[in-house]
Write a protein that binds this ligand. Structure first.
Ligand code: KIV
Length: 273
């Protein structure tokens, strides 16, 4: 049961937002504290992203995070009982072997508390998307700059700038978008592609597109919570610090250290007789 006063966000609800033109706000969270904060802010979708590898675990990319770790973070987020839809990310290695592995691991994330799953790729993962959807698990696609393909892409590079049908080519991305929709995905993340291509895909698909580094014309937007709050040191063109909690946190902790060292903490008001 949701503890939020908001109406529960559902998969059909997101489909109707596309029809009515209401923008979808999605953000990542990896634990109950941040899930409660973003839910209170009114987000529609909480993504328990494999970006937990870089934001929380200190990894250089998303490759190392495991299924067990994703299950753990999904469980923490669901404990906040958010009204937002909780989407669990399938980590690298949890679906690349084939459809049966993809369904098995999607079931694990749903049992941990996810209400939908997300996986990266287009035409090459269409069979897995279909199999997951056939298991009655809502599945979100993710095409364009897919961070789990970092080694193929040669870095985290904007995709779809060049014509072509090879992975990352403009025509291939259009094919990927259609393949994901045809396979039964209920929404698709468009990451790191030119705005005009994202706009074209958004017009052509009947499922919502959720952009990150894909311009303003997607049906919704997603950002990583650490970037929004200014908690991470990283800064990219496609992210924005809506506040600077890193500086505020360092300032607060510095004051604490000073007060401990000078003996002014704890004072009488915070001590017991
Ligand atoms: O893991 C993640 O945070 C993501 C978003 C950037 C879409 O996949």
């Amino acid at each position: 049961m949701s503890t939020s006063p908001r109406k529960k966000v559902t998969v059909p609800g997101l489909a109707s937002m596309k029809r009515t033109g209401d923008k979808i706000a999605m953000i990542t969270a990896y634990d109950a504290t941040f899930a409660a904060i973003v839910d209170a802010a009114g987000v529609d979708v909480i993504l328990v992203g494999d970006s937990v590898a870089t934001t929380v675990q200190g990894e250089a990319n998303t490759i190392p995070v495991t299924m067990e770790e994703m299950e753990y973070h999904v469980r923490l987020v669901r404990r906040a009982n958010p009204a937002a839809l909780v989407v669990g990310d399938l980590p690298f290695g949890s679906y690349q072997v084939g459809s049966s592995q993809a369904v098995t691991n999607s079931v694990r994330l749903i049992k941990a508390g996810a209400q939908a799953v997300k996986l990266e790729g287009g035409t090459t993962v269409a069979d897995s998307i279909r199999a997951i959807a056939d298991a009655d698990i809502p599945v979100m696609g993710h095409i364009g700059l897919t961070p789990q393909s970092v080694h193929r892409m040669g870095g985290h590079k904007v995709q779809g700038r060049e014509d072509g049908y090879e992975a990352g080519g403009r025509q291939r991305l259009l094919e990927d978008a259609h393949a994901v929709e045809q396979a039964g995905a209920f929404a698709v993340v468009l990451e790191g592609i030119p705005s005009h291509l994202a706009a074209e895909i958004t017009t052509k698909l009947s499922i919502p597109t959720i952009g990150i580094g894909a311009g303003p014309q997607c049906d919704g937007q997603v950002l990583v919570i650490h970037d929004v709050l200014g908690l991470s040191e990283r800064e990219f063109t496609f992210t924005k610090k809506f506040t600077d909690l890193r500086s505020a946190s360092i300032a607060a902790c510095t004051e604490y250290v000073t007060e401990v060292r000078t003996g002014s903490w704890p004072d009488a008001a915070h001590s017991f007789d």
